[in-house]
Design a protein around this ligand. Structure first.
Ligand code: WT7
Length: 687
């Protein structure tokens, strides 16, 4: 009890979460994981204002159906998920070409939604909007250099059609894969929509990824076309993206054609017969293009995400269910209405951007802001300036960004009038109480509730999230969205619901935006998500559920890091390290970091003939950055002569991490070489 008071005290004085965690020496759960912040509790509850509740979309939905409160809604929705999701489809205005014969078919581990329906998501995102909102602004785009473009639904429609026709001319057909490697310019959503319109599958690769990472994804997907740009601005200087794309293509024989958008206007090398400037490829194309009539369960995109092996997995999503799930959650969680100005700061290259910057807001006919540049450029108030300038009403960002702005100080926020804001959102990792309060107080002025949305690349849309009517407990993603059955299991599959004990976060019923598989790897799909608890989806996160049914997400259980909201596989970074000639073995672990959430720390065994030096450390950090991208660059590299391993030879990252954060080690009976732990410790202490 004394300890709990101490933590509370630390939190209230605003000391770092790291300290508090450290102090409590958490009771280790029987799970194979580093630390669970099981005792790190925040007792205060925050209630959304009456006005906000009264006017909320969810309140209206419930009133129409005489449902008295959200708990009743959750109950009803779970009793009949088919009813609930059909209602959602209607409420977000989905227009099927042909109606479904059946809502749900669940043949574990595969799901189909809206069976028999003919559909294309682009019909709702774009074609339909030509009748409804042709002259409404779909995107307010701002570049780092201050350039602004306002793109209406009508303009977006034309540009998408032109590019779609160009893709058809290049031979792209239904089911073909098109890789997209673009910064946050309007051509990025246009490319995705153009692919989807003709039934092609888009594979976005975040523009911060290295050529090698891009190549790996292109090859895995077998993409025929790559869409990229000459370059873009970041912190005032030019990033030469086309050069990276060219490097990737040196080993990517499936790519026949490349379309290059112009953003910065400098000379780039264009390979004859292969490379086409965007403008030239699209300018003479017709402004109309038929939308391919697809099956609701046909594939819309593949998006690669990190897992426990070195190889990224291609998560597949389909048109129909994904459209319903993303649009419904945006409408009822972020409370999106016709005249809102909505800003989701995520990069479109990740799932958040796919779902909540491209598909869902367009289906709902929203006006969204896209900013292409560094958040603190030229000054740390760039984001707040944008909110004021465009009168942003709904703002959705990540805890890592909030922590960065906290460091700059609230004076940068206070310079701007943020009174237009009505509701805030958070995603990517648990938002620690300190960041929560800061966001609530300085950005939301204690008026705007924070929707802490838990979901994943695989889930497609929010699964555990507050509604605008939900009382909030800071740091808790609160409760499952209606129609979602979430639980926490112990190792044997017993429910720990309401017990406030850490365990495996699982989802017990399929949901509309659920992944339809892992690209060309059904076995991995089964093993990763469905093997441990048969027919129950294993999220890979640890969580606990308190007595009020609130979910507290505690981080990943598997070997996956969360760096500045980006998911990186430990083994992915390790493979990058061992691909360097000097490295024989490597272990990568995460260390709590105040801004990034986790920092990448590498332990490296050198090959014969190589010796530790500062220069080599820097070279290895640079090497990882080249192999994967800057986000994966290790903060620290330690040279060791041995690493702790199990008898079967598996490196025990858990123990290395425990040493790193000075935590009790616990059971080491399965360790083959206990002395290696001492070596690790000495390296950390700089001995
Ligand atoms: C992992 C998924 C979903 C878009 C962003 C990342 C963590 C995400 C939360 C949240 C606690 C969260 C989980 C999850 N995560 N949102 N609100 N609270 N943790 O997508 O790269 O697929 O990563 O991000 O660990 O498993 P992703």
């Amino acid at each position: 009890m004394r300890e709990l008071q101490k933590i509370d005290f630390l939190l209230r004085c605003g000391r770092s979460r790291g300290n508090a965690v450290h102090l409590i020496r958490l009771k280790k759960l029987q799970l194979n994981m580093p630390t669970l912040e099981s005792l790190l509790r925040e007792e205060r509850v925050f209630y959304p204002s009456e006005e906000l509740i009264e006017k909320s979309n969810i309140k209206e939905f419930m009133e129409k159906r005489s449902i008295k409160d959200e708990d009743e809604l959750r109950k009803k929705a779970l009793e009949d998920v088919e009813w609930f999701w059909s209602e959602m489809a209607k409420e977000v205005g989905i227009e099927w070409f042909e109606e479904a014969e059946k809502v749900l078919e669940w043949n574990p581990p595969y799901v189909k939604w809206f069976i028999g329906a003919k559909y294309n998501i682009v019909h709702d995102a774009l074609d339909k909007q030509m009748k409804l909102r042709k002259n409404k602004v779909a995107y307010i785009w701002e570049g780092e250099d201050g350039e602004v473009k306002k793109i209406t639904y009508g303009e977006l429609y034309r540009e998408v059609n032109r590019l779609a026709n160009a893709l058809i001319e290049l031979g792209i057909k239904k089911g073909d894969r098109v890789a997209i490697y673009l910064p946050m310019i309007p051509e990025l959503p246009i490319s995705m929509l153009a692919c989807a319109k003709i039934g092609a599958v888009h594979i976005d690769v975040f523009s911060g990824f290295s050529p090698i990472a891009l190549r790996e994804r292109i090859n895995d997907a077998g993409a025929k076309v790559l869409i990229t740009a000459d370059g873009f601005y970041r912190r005032g200087s030019v990033v030469r993206l086309k050069e990276d794309a060219d490097r990737a293509l040196e080993g990517a024989p499936s790519v026949e054609k490349v379309i290059v958008a112009k953003r910065v206007e400098f000379d780039v090398l264009m390979q004859e017969e292969r490379d086409y400037w965007w403008d030239e490829a699209t300018k003479d194309q017709p402004k109309e293009c038929d939308t391919k009539i697809m099956d609701a369960n046909d594939m819309l995109f593949i998006l690669y995400t990190s897992g426990t092996t070195g190889k990224p997995k291609g998560v597949m999503h389909a048109h129909g269910g994904y459209a319903v799930g993303t649009a419904a959650t945006l409408k009822y969680v972020m409370d999106l209405k016709e005249d809102d100005i909505y800003w989701c700061t995520a990069d479109i290259g990740w799932i958040t951007g796919h779902s909540y910057l491209v598909y869902a807001p367009l289906i709902l006919g929203a006006t969204s802001v896209i900013y292409c540049g560094a958040p603190d450029y030229p000054k740390p108030d760039r984001w707040w300036e944008i909110i004021e300038k465009y009168g942003v009403t709904l703002f959705y960002t990540a805890p890592t960004a909030i922590r960065m702005f906290m460091r700059f100080g609230e004076e940068w926020v206070e310079k701007h009038d943020l009174s237009s804001l009505r509701l805030l959102g958070s995603v990517g990792e648990p938002i620690n109480p300190k960041a929560w309060y800061w966001y609530y107080k300085y950005v939301g002025k204690e008026r705007c509730p924070i929707m802490d949305t838990w979901w994943q690349t695989e889930t497609g849309h929010f699964l555990i999230t507050p509604l605008p009517t939900t009382p909030l407990k800071p740091s808790s993603a609160t409760k499952p969205f209606p129609g979602i059955e979430a639980d926490v299991f112990d190792d044997n599959g017993n429910s720990l619901y309401g017990k406030n004990e850490g365990g495996y976060l699982v989802i017990k019923k399929p949901w509309p935006g659920m992944l339809i598989g892992v690209w060309r790897d059904p076995e991995r799909y089964f093993k990763t998500y469905w093997e441990k608890f048969r027919n129950v989806y294993l999220s890979g996160d640890a969580a606990r559920v308190d007595a009020d049914g609130y979910f507290w997400i505690q981080g990943r259980l598997d070997d996956v890091l969360s760096v500045a909201g980006h998911r990186l596989g430990n083994s992915e970074i390790e493979s990058a390290l061992v691909s360097h000639p000097a490295v024989s073995e490597a272990a990568v672990v995460g260390k709590p970091h105040e801004v990034k959430g986790e920092a990448v720390i590498a332990f490296v065994i050198l090959r014969k003939g190589y010796y530790p030096s500062e220069k080599l450390k820097e070279e290895l950090r640079e090497h990882v950055s080249k192999e994967i991208g800057k986000i994966a660059r290790p903060d620290e590299v330690y040279f060791v002569s041995d690493l702790p391993k199990t008898r079967s030879g598996k490196i025990m990252r858990r123990l290395i991490r425990a040493k790193l954060i000075r935590e009790k080690i616990g059971d080491i009976s399965t360790l083959m070489n206990p002395e290696a732990l001492i070596l690790v410790e000495q390296a950390i202490e700089g001995k």
